[in-house]
Structure formats: structure tokens, C-alpha cells
Design a protein around this ligand. Structure first.
Ligand code: ZN
Length: 155
């Protein structure tokens, strides 16, 4: 019997410590809060995804009176990327919540990011953005160790 240890590592930064490109993306994710439709939870989430061609795609959570139909900010943004820019790979993802410390994507969205990383055959950079702190990391495996992936099944 072996015990496996899974470690994860994120970098904690203040907004001012971000480079100019990351500040721009983090600010875009904050502005995406204005696209949120969250009359039920009152919890707005904004997402900004930068593509390899420098385009930034925005999205936000979209709630529904029928709660199971709600869309997370990350999922709505990934769908926009896939349908509006189908041949352009993702470079970096910023997710903003209007809290002091960042929030991390739900399990559903972590698995969605895993699917897009697999589809695009690359790991993305992530910025989880709060009002005063940012968590930065590379690859969704950071938040989703032992992720399910069809690619892993094939290989
Ligand atoms: Zn989610």
C-alpha cells in the first residue's frame, strides 16, 4: 500500500503586483460583473478569458428562476469562446467575485476547464480575483487533481 500526497501551489498577489497584461485581464473580469444576471443569489461573478490572438472574451453568471438552469460565469464564457472563436486557443482566465478574497470555480466549471485544456492541448493560466487579493496558478489540475479526462482514458 502506498499513500499518495497531492500538493497544490498558488501564488497570492495584490492587484498592484500584477503585470500590466494581467491587470488588464483582471480589470476586464471585474467589468464583466455588469453582465451578470443574479437576481436570486445576488452573487455576481465575472469572467474574462484572453485568447492567443489577444482578444478578451467576457462572460458572467446567468441565473434562472428554475435554479438548475443557472449558468456559471466560467461556463458562459467558455461557451462564448468555443462558439465565437472556435479555432483560437485560450491563454489566460480571470474570474472575479466582489469579495475581499478570491473564490474558486465550482467543481462543474473545474471539469469544464479540464475539457477545454484537453481540447486545446495546453494548460491555461488562471487568475482568481477578489477585491484586494489575486490567486494565480497554471493548469486546472491545480484545483482538480486526478481529474477525469477522456484523453487520459485513450492514452
Ligand atoms: Zn461553476
Amino acid at each position: 500500500m502506498n499513500k499518495l500526497e497531492i500538493r497544490t501551489e498558488l501564488t497570492q498577489l495584490s492587484f498592484d503586483e500584477l503585470n500590466s497584461e494581467d491587470k488588464k485581464l483582471a480589470q476586464a473580469s471585474k467589468e464583466a460583473l455588469n453582465l451578470s444576471h443574479a437576481p436570486y443569489s445576488k452573487f455576481k461573478v465575472g469572467c474574462a478569458i484572453s485568447l492567443e490572438n489577444q482578444i478578451i472574451v467576457l462572460g458572467a453568471n446567468q441565473e434562472n428562476a428554475s435554479y438548475p438552469m443557472c449558468l456559471c460565469a466560467e461556463g458562459s464564457t467558455l461557451a462564448a469562446v468555443a462558439t465565437q472563436h472556435p479555432n483560437i486557443k485560450i491563454d489566460k482566465v480571470a474570474i472575479h467575485v466582489p469579495l475581499e478574497t478570491p473564490a474558486s470555480p465550482c467543481g462543474f466549471c473545474r471539469q469544464s476547464f479540464k475539457e477545454y485544456e484537453t481540447r486545446m492541448n495546453k494548460k491555461f493560466d488562471y487568475l482568481l480575483v477578489g477585491n484586494s487579493q489575486v490567486y494565480a496558478f497554471h493548469g486546472i489540475d491545480t484545483l482538480l487533481p486526478l481529474a477525469f479526462s477522456s484523453k487520459d482514458l485513450i492514452d
